[in-house]
Design a protein around this ligand. Structure first.
Ligand SMILES: Cc1cc2nc3c(=O)[nH]c(=O)nc-3n(C[C@H](O)[C@H](O)[C@H](O)COP(=O)(O)OP(=O)(O)OC[C@H]3O[C@@H](n4cnc5c(N)ncnc54)[C@H](O)[C@@H]3O)c2cc1C
Length: 286
């Protein structure tokens, strides 16, 4: 299949990008790595009149420490994030998730900003961003605003990026010394989108969990916290019994994304197993 006809614009600066977005509004789509958008255009699931290619915009491709935050520019390629020693040292949950994200050719073109803007619930990074309480910087000709990860994803393939805006930066809190992380997913083949995901960030004092962030992905329209699991961990000594008990609490989350990969009961069971494994992985880091 070939895409419907479109016009291509290639701004070189953020200012020119903002002007193009304001001028074309809803009739335009941003082209980042093209790994999701181009197949959608080829299948004519989307037919933008104008494509605004942001591959040549200066200043959107970086990974840097900004105090206790790791700031990643939206146009940073997956491959660069995956290989970054800054990422590995400061936000280890991202590094764990990247072991599961796509294939080398896709990672060489695909971008972190494109991935998160696409809003696919079966992607790993939305789950990671919510688990870590990341902040999204959304920019336009009017300036920039920040959005918490829990508010950024509105529905499947729908985010809080509005007409005339673009995602410019993602800000991840640097891991504290007493934080432990776990990431588990199940997918049909290595590098495919996930059928279910569990991401865990535990703040520990000795064997006791001071606070827990436990997030599901791939089973509902948007990833989300699992409060019953978190409550089962907070203030508790986290050993194998407590992990089994906490993982049982995943059953309070109803999987609503059902397809040929499995029904609700299957996904529920999968989530329980993945959550137990992710918790064990986090605790084993200690
Ligand atoms: C074979 C294959 C396997 C894959 N496996 C996985 C996987 O296992 N896990 C996974 O997470 N992903 C996977 N992907 C998707 C991959 O991660 C894509 O790179 C990603 O989803 C989209 O990033 P992109 O830069 O290519 O964005 P594009 O395809 O260029 O854009 C995607 C969408 O985001 C919008 N957009 C892009 N950048 C911005 C921005 N800065 N601001 C606002 N809107 C923007 C576009 O307009 C479009 O609507 C796979 C893709 C392929 C082809």
């Amino acid at each position: 299949m070939k895409p419907a006809p479109f016009r291509l614009e290639r701004p070189n600066t953020v200012q020119a990008l903002c002007q193009a977005l304001r001028k074309h509004g809803e009739s335009a789509r941003i082209l980042a790595g093209g790994q999701s958008l181009v197949p959608m255009m080829n299948f004519r699931l989307v037919a933008p009149e104008v494509l605004i290619d942001i591959n040549h915009v200066d200043g959107l491709d970086y990974i840097r420490l900004d105090g206790d935050v790791l700031a990643v520019g939206a146009m940073t390629r997956h491959a660069a994030v995956k290989e970054s020693s800054l990422v590995k040292a400061n936000v280890p949950l991202i590094a764990k998730a990247y072991a599961h994200i796509a294939h080398v050719t896709v990672r060489n073109r695909g971008t972190i900003g494109g991935n998160l803007s696409h809003g696919d619930p079966s992607s790993e990074l939305p789950t990671v961003a919510i688990c870590l309480d990341a902040t999204f910087v959304v920019s336009s000709s009017e300036g920039s605003r920040t959005v918490a990860a829990t508010d950024f994803f509105k529905s499947m393939f729908e985010t809080d990026v509005r007409s005339g805006e673009f995602l410019s930066e993602i800000r991840f809190p640097v891991a504290a010394r007493n934080q432990r992380f776990g990431f588990e997913e199940f997918s049909p083949r290595h590098g495919d989108f996930a059928i279910a995901i569990a991401a865990v960030a535990l703040e520990m004092k000795g064997d006791t969990c001071v606070s827990a962030s436990v997030v599901h992905g791939g089973i509902r329209d948007i990833p989300g916290h699992m409060p019953a699991v978190e409550a089962a961990l907070q203030g508790k000594v986290v050993g194998s019994e407590q992990i089994t008990h906490a993982a049982e609490a995943t059953l309070s989350i109803e999987p609503t994304l059902q397809n040929y990969h499995g029904d609700a009961a299957y996904k529920s069971d999968l989530l329980r197993t993945l959550t137990a494994r992710a918790l064990s992985q986090a605790v084993a880091e200690g």
